[in-house]
Ligand binder design. Structure first.
Ligand code: F6R
Length: 609
């Protein structure tokens, strides 16, 4: 999510790391900072806003240094302000660090450190990690040993980069689940969160493994495992062009973001589920509020609205909590009937969608409780809602939303389980659900392995004049999102509806050449879906079934069958089915030569009515 850069060598390190951050700009960021050791201190400059703000702060006297680290932040804990920007100091200011990822046990550690007299300036988990490292450093160096001891106390995902003015010739870094790459040069070495930042300086790179540390000096790079044992330094040669490298080697951001979904699922859950399979949602309403709520209204646009439909399905089937979903643009002018005990949930990736923001203001005027499910920290919707749960999906660059949808639905699942937990609902097996949520990342990875099969299907179907997206229950809600993806990026007309509605009208559109994608992940309704498939086939349509890997009937019913891994709960299998459907839209668009990341007529953040 964040950009990381570090350099030690004969060039001016401050200029190099700034240039490296600029090369990571495509990742999105809201603040940035630089640190370099000088004499008996570490000089830190950091600013909220664009990189140009940081450049302005430095440019009066663009400082010279042989070693520097830099960071561009995409906020996850605390608003995007100067204070929350990285680098962060430890208690003694002998150490400064930058970090990408989430330290899950930061609240416990923060309490523990405060009880020992530590003072914190920011709201970030990173500052807590800095203090833990500083505390270990006070017990004795070298710096890499202190970092090694400190990371044994941290839980979560991190790429950490550490400098100290007491050992001003080295950069120490450590990785667990957040990307970190090292670059080897001649008499100079460097690191970054992504390969493109290194390409102007070296093509010899090492992609760090989880649970490893590295020490960079002008002499070389030392790699270690978590026990401090040396590992072989074996760089690979990269000959990517810079533009492809920005997309991590993917042809488009949309494809990159589809492939990021397993990692996004891990990020959504980070710090929010514990080893006893309980849900922990910090900073939302107190427990008594959840027993008072008599109705939920979910308000959003586009893909976020479709995530809201999934939320409704779960709230009603799992919690028996009446839930309505509104398009923001209709809600705001629709004079909605709102119970004073209701909760209004606003779902938005950007947090800036004008209609959703206006609907939120209406609820606030009517004194209705408001909760945001938002990706961008510091955005208007996140700030205006009484409480906000962040999706922690990282910046989404492709106009067509993919990973944000999965993250939003995962948040709905967490929220539903949290409500069941605080209300001690006997019928909801919260522990089993949480355990299954924790498996969703690997199930998503398995779903992504279907890509070669999906490409073949896209090749066969790329000229279809019309594509139906159908299903029952949660599959019907996934169908509307899948249809939106195909029309957005491939410009192919779609018709989406619950499968049972077909014969009440839309069936008239079926003729040879028309395709129908049926979500059939729920075994309880599968035979009904088969009947609907037959109705399409009888009129010359081509039928594709997206079903689970334990299905035995679809081979006889559909023209093509895509099998996704089956999750323990049908709702989660339905959610996984969006992955092959996203891949399908992407590959149809690619094969038809469409401009995928910026489809015609569309914009990423719709800030007009
Ligand atoms: C579709 C898409 C849009 C957005 C919609 C809401 O792929 O991206 O439909 O979902 O404009 O945007 P946010 O979530 O930013 O409020």
């Amino acid at each position: 999510m964040c950009g990381i850069a570090g350099y030690v060598g004969p060039r001016n390190a401050v200029e190099v790391v700034y240039d490296q951050l600029k090369r990571l700009e495509y990742r999105g960021y809201d603040s940035a900072g630089i640190a370099f050791p000088k004499g008996d201190e570490i000089v830190v400059t950091k600013r909220a806003g664009k990189l140009s703000e940081l450049a302005q702060a430095l440019s009066d006297k663009w400082p010279e240094a042989p070693l520097a680290i830099a960071h561009s932040r995409w906020a996850t804990h605390g608003a995007p302000t100067d204070v929350n920007a990285h680098p962060h100091f430890d208690q003694t200011e002998h150490v400064a660090i930058i970090h990408n990822g989430i330290i899950e046990n930061y609240l416990d550690l923060r309490q523990e450190l405060i009880s020992r007299g530590h003072k914190f300036h920011s709201q970030t988990d990173t500052e807590v990690a800095a203090h833990v490292i500083g505390e270990e450093y006070e017990k004795g160096g070298p710096l890499e040993e202190a970092v090694r001891r400190a990371i044994a106390r941290l839980r979560g995902a991190y790429a950490l980069v550490v400098v100290s003015h007491l050992e001003n010739d080295k950069i120490v870094c450590a990785r667990n689940s957040s990307p970190l790459v090292l670059g080897l040069g001649k008499g100079e070495n460097m690191l970054a969160s992504d390969i493109p930042a290194l390409l102007p300086y070296t093509r010899e790179v090492i992609v760090m493994d989880d649970d490893t540390l590295a020490v960079l000096t002008t002499e070389g790079i030392r790699l270690m495992d978590a026990n401090g044992r040396d590992l072989p330094v074996e760089p690979m040669h990269v000959d990517w062009d810079v533009a492809a490298a920005e997309r991590g080697g993917y042809e488009h951001f949309m494809l990159k973001e589809i492939h990021e979904q397993p990692q996004v699922i891990r990020q959504v859950l980070a710090g929010r589920v514990d080893e006893k399979f309980k849900v922990r949602l910090e900073g939302i309403f107190g427990e008594h509020v959840w027993t008072e709520i008599d109705r939920v209204n979910i308000i959003a646009c586009g893909t976020a609205y479709h995530a809201g439909l999934m939320g409704k399905h779960l709230f009603e089937t799992l919690l028996r909590l009446p839930t309505d979903v509104y398009y923001s643009s209709e809600f705001r002018y629709g004079d909605p009937v709102l119970s004073p005990r209701s909760l209004a949930i606003f779902v938005s990736q950007s947090g800036e969608t004008a209609d959703t923001l206006a609907a939120l203001k209406l609820c606030k005027q009517r004194r209705i409780r408001t909760l945001g499910i938002v990706n961008v920290i510091g955005s208007s919707i996140a700030r205006e809602c009484d409480r906000t749960i962040f999706t922690q999906a990282g910046p989404e660059i492709s106009v067509a939303s993919t990973k944000a949808y999965t993250a939003q639905v995962m948040v709905f699942a967490l929220l539903a389980l949290y409500i069941a937990q605080v209300q001690e609902m006997p019928g909801v097996r919260v522990g089993e659900w949480v355990e299954e949520l924790m498996r969703m990342d690997s199930l998503a990875e398995d779903a992504l392995k279907l890509e070669p099969e999906i490409i073949r299907m896209a090749e066969d179907m790329k000229n279809m004049p019309l594509c139906f997206f159908l299903g029952r229950g949660a599959d019907a809600y996934v169908a509307v999102e899948a249809a939106l993806k195909l029309k957005e990026v491939a410009y192919i007309p779609t018709q989406e509806s619950p499968a049972g509605e077909m014969k009440h009208g839309p069936l008239a559109l079926v003729q040879p050449g028309v395709a129908a994608m049926f979500g059939a992940t729920d075994p309880h309704t599968r035979d009904k879906v088969v009947s609907n498939m037959k109705e399409v086939q009888a009129r010359g349509g081509t039928v594709v079934a997206i079903t689970t890997d334990d299905d035995t009937i679809m081979d006889q019913a559909a023209d093509q069958v895509v099998r996704i891994p089956r999750a323990k709960f049908e709702f989660l299998s339905a959610l996984l089915s969006i992955i092959p459907l996203q891949l399908f839209s992407y590959h149809v668009a690619r094969l038809n030569g469409c401009e995928i990341d910026q489809p015609r007529n569309l914009a990423k953040s719709v800030t007009v009515e």
